[in-house]
Design a protein around this ligand. Structure first.
Ligand code: URP
Ligand code: ZN
Ligand code: ZN
Length: 534
């Protein structure tokens, strides 16, 4: 025996937490529901089933009446981003802490180089900002904000095993900062396809926005409503169509970020029917949880807090149409585009709406908002909820089945979801750093009771116990089989079944569904109907 000092390990990092049993719950994956226990050791799911043989000293969580789902994957965040003269309120610690509080256990952030800056240098900056702060695992997309042979060369380097990037975002808006013209966009998309990476596009017509902004300001429209007026739905849908055409010419798959309008989804749907390669659409918690009527609020603080691009739409039927699009696979996933600015920063645009820093919250509330608007309303079932909040992102960004699935050998990133948990969303108690919440006052039923990150209980019966720096950087390999292979993301037929009554047998495992109508109603899809009747 040596007398070497014992390193003191904080209580929450001690080994009893390396073994965990989640008992009596219903496991929900994107392809089915099963009643089974989950045994976790050292951050990995080791056993799934009933009557498991478990070592002594294992902590047990009783999940009776609860759903055991893969932790959420938020494919779109901006932590510690400087844009439009301000820095986001949420850094990688507070942002990922808020993510975990809401049931999200992986985020994918965007490296956004300045025009002319090396992509590798910007990537290194992001790693430096994030690595020691993240409370959950994270990956990185990289923005292609300018074009040259040097940028192309760096894209090739970034997809290597050393850097682990498999997705690049190009902007069709932000004319004076990040926007690419169509020639450069074509080159960047073509390069992604050659590298078997995934091009992502911010689809809005930056030239139209610039001209409309000049005209609105000249006419004396300076308040936040000018933001929406300068970029209405067709400004978005035109760019969606253009991006799809360019991707089709380049024989490339495509991922359109933050789709905000019915017109844009319609344009995407047309492309998805004819495109040679897959096209994916992401919408946001903001889009399904609130709307663009807030831009007319007489309080600048309130209206400016809702400014993001593309903007929220004043058409009040938009949120439900977007939820239905998610349910019907017209859209494939939901992110947050969390990009939060304090009131003092939003005030940069007080006399000129075009200077309001763009971005809203969502990383904490994304899951509960969609559960409330999608599952509690009967529009989507829990399997589809898991698909659009977690599994589809894991598949598209090639993290499947390590992430996005409750199964043996997957990472133990798990949410124990209580469908009866109630709360009212408010900035006064949210975990995010920002001083405003666009979902303020909304009452939601259903939420995370326990959140397990890499096997560690980080939300413990509602109490947040995250560990700064616990998360690790996830390398996302190129050539995702769900993007470039034969497999596709179609979610089968589980979400368009006949409505189930409260006690109808569950088709998946023959037991009964305990809380209401979770099967999506058969309905006329807004997008399919509009497409065929025009
Ligand atoms: O308004 C937004 N979306 N802010 C973040 C930057 C971007 O375009 O994603
Ligand atoms: Zn964007
Ligand atoms: Zn964004």
């Amino acid at each position: 025996m040596t007398n070497a000092p014992v390193k003191k390990v904080p209580i929450h990092l001690q080994s009893s937490q390396n073994r965990l049993l989640i008992k009596n719950g219903r496991i929900v994956n994107d392809d089915g529901i099963e009643e089974a226990d989950v045994y976790i050791e050292d951050g990995i799911i080791k056993q799934v089933g009933r009557n498991l043989i478990i070592p002594g000293g294992t902590r047990t969580i009783d999940a009776a009446g609860k759903l055991v789902m893969p932790g959420g994957i938020d494919p779109h965040t901006h932590f510690e981003l400087e844009m439009m003269g301000a820095k986001t309120a949420d850094d990688f610690y507070k942002g990922t802490r808020a993510a975990v509080a809401g049931g999200t256990t992986t985020i994918i952030d965007f490296v956004l180089p300045e025009k002319g800056q090396s992509l590798l240098e910007a990537y290194a900056n992001w790693r430096e900002k994030a690595d020691n702060k993240v409370c959950c695992d994270y990956g990185l997309h990289v923005g292609v904000t300018w074009w040259s042979p040097a940028v192309q060369k760096e894209m090739k380097q970034l997809v290597s095993e050393q850097y682990g990037v498999n997705s690049f975002k190009m902007f069709m808006a932000y004319r004076n900062t990040w926007m690419l013209d169509d020639y450069d966009l074509y080159c960047a998309i073509e390069t992604c396809a050659e590298l078997k990476a995934l091009p992502q596009v911010h689809a809005e017509n930056g030239h139209i926005i610039a001209r409309n902004t000049e005209k609105l300001l000249a006419a004396g429209v300076t308040r936040p409503e000018g933001h929406q007026l300068s970029r209405d739905e067709e400004v978005e849908s035109e760019a969606v169509n253009r991006a799809c055409v360019i991707a089709n010419q380049a024989n490339s798959p495509l991922y359109i970020v933050h789709m905000m309008s019915k017109s844009a989804v319609r344009a995407l749907q047309l492309a998805r029917n004819k495109q040679k390669q897959p096209v994916y659409g992401e919408t946001l918690a903001a889009t399904v949880g609130t709307d663009g009527t807030h831009y007319r609020n007489s309080c600048f603080r309130h209206a400016a807090a809702h400014v993001l691009s593309p903007p929220l739409r004043p058409d009040p039927s938009t949120p439900q149409a977007m939820v239905e699009a998610l349910a019907d696979d017209h859209l494939q996933l939901i992110g947050s585009d969390n990009c939060t600015f304090h009131e003092k920063d939003k005030e940069i645009g007080k006399g000129n709406f075009s200077k309001i820093p763009n971005g809203v919250n969502g990383v904490e509330d994304r899951m509960t908002i969609l559960w409330q608007k999608g599952v509690n309303t009967g529009i989507m079932d829990p399997c589809r909820f898991v698909a659009v909040t977690s599994s589809s992102a894991a598949k598209i960004f090639n993290l499947w089945p390590q992430k996005g699935r409750v199964a043996v050998n997957s990472d133990a990133d798990i949410v124990v979801w209580d469908p009866r948990l109630e709360k009212t969303i408010t900035a006064a108690s949210h975990k995010q750093a920002v001083d405003f919440n666009i979902f303020e006052g909304q009452h939601v039923v259903g939420g995370p009771q326990y959140v397990i990150v890499n096997g560690r209980v980080c939300l413990d019966d509602g109490e947040l116990r995250v560990v700064e720096g616990l998360g690790k950087f996830l390398k996302t390999p190129i050539n995702s089989p769900y993007v470039y292979g034969e497999q596709n993301l179609s979610h089968g037929d589980h979400d368009l079944l006949e409505p189930l009554s409260r006690d109808s047998p569950d088709r998946v495992n023959g037991s009964s569904v305990p809380t209401g109508q979770w099967r999506a109603r058969e309905r006329e899809s807004y997008f399919s109907v509009t497409l065929t009747s025009r």
